[in-house]
Design a protein around this ligand. Structure first.
Ligand code: F6P
Length: 330
């Protein structure tokens, strides 16, 4: 394979730039040409004539990006790439630009695009990158650690004000349908209760009961971490939860939705290192003429699966972590 493309797709995640850098430099070291495809699959489906959507990347094109959040290649969700006509248009764009294989960096929606493009004759390797950590085929997705640290710092700040006022702070964190961000930040911030879509035993009523019992034990301020999957599944929002808690417990309550701030910022060491490892392995696979695969991390070793196999896997929230949270947060 002489020329490969690289794109980032779906929601941005801190560490995507480190993956772009690793892919570019590994491929250049192997004597390949690298083309950056801009704005996700849009760069393939809707290429512009002014060569703004596909540009060659050299060693220095990826200098000074590792420490930056976001993605230098921009990103997008691309509904036009779902129907087969869109995929075939992508194949044609690859051919016109001499692109023989593509590294796709993103979440499971991006994996489907990578699979479809592979099936139409352009081998792709997918790299899991999303703050949600919601991809069953890998123990870790690029961006998760940075998002956790951002959320943790913000919840710590909320604790300062909750403590000063003897209040309850209800904090909604991101994660789409997954509760990983909620569970990890909940433990790290000593949340009184952690509500996720995955664990039915942890309801608003459960949180209220824990507030009441810990209050009896001398606790005066409370953090309740809620995943956005929990609020979406129950058609409620953080303000409604805060009101319910205040009405039932008498503890003054405030709601905060952390939102997109969790997606930004300087990637942590873990995100940079994992991204570099994934990027390096993705190019190795393409150079071995392998495609239709996704890389991942299992007990700190790099693993790879066929994309379809990866998409069929299931993942549960770690029950042990729930047990730990329940035991130590009083
Ligand atoms: O997948 C990452 C994520 O930030 C989710 O946590 C969240 O549900 C979603 O993307 C938000 O998407 P958008 O940026 O399109 O609003």
């Amino acid at each position: 394979m002489k020329t490969i493309g690289i794109l980032t797709s779906g929601g941005d995640a801190p560490g995507m730039n480190a993956a772009i850098r690793a892919v570019t430099r590994t491929a250049l070291q192997k004597g390949m040409t690298v083309k950056g495809i801009y704005k996700g699959f849009n760069g393939l489906v809707k290429p512009t004539k002014d060569s703004e959507s596909i540009k060659s990347l050299e060693i220095r094109s990826v200098s000074d990006i590792m420490q930056k959040g976001g993605t230098m290649l921009f990103t997008a969700r691309c509904p036009e790439f779902v129907p087969i006509e869109g995929v075939r248009k992508g194949v044609q764009t690859c051919k016109e630009n001499g692109i023989e294989g593509v590294v796709v960096i993103g979440g499971d929606g991006s994996f489907r695009g990578a699979r479809d493009l592979s099936n139409e004759g352009v081998p792709c390797i997918a790299i899991p990158a999303t703050i949600d950590n919601d991809i069953p085929s890998t123990g870790y997705t690029i961006g998760f650690d940075t998002a956790l640290n951002t959320a943790m710092e913000l919840i710590d700040k909320l604790r300062d004000t909750a403590q000063s006022h003897d209040r309850c702070s209800v904090v909604e964190v991101m994660g789409r349908r997954a509760g990983d961000i909620a569970l990890h930040t909940g433990i790290a911030c000593g949340a009184t209760s952690i509500l996720t879509a995955e664990n039915d035993s942890y309801t608003v009523e459960h949180a209220i009961n824990r507030i009441k019992s810990t209050k009896t034990g001398g606790k005066h301020h409370f953090i309740i971490v809620v995943s956005e999957g929990f609020t979406a599944a129950r058609h409620i929002d953080a303000n409604m939860i805060a009101k319910q808690i205040q009405d039932d417990t008498g503890v003054e309550s405030r709601a905060t939705i952390l939102g997109h701030v969790q997606r930004g910022g300087t990637p942590t060491l873990r995100d940079r290192v994992v991204a570099s490892r994934f990027g390096y392995r993705a190019v190795e696979l393409l150079s071995e003429s392998k495609g239709n695969m996704v890389v991942g991390l299992n007990r700190n070793s790099i693993v790879e699966y066929e994309i379809n196999e990866a998409l069929e896997m299931k993942k549960n929230l770690d029950e042990e972590l729930y047990k730990i949270a329940e035991t130590i947060s009083f």
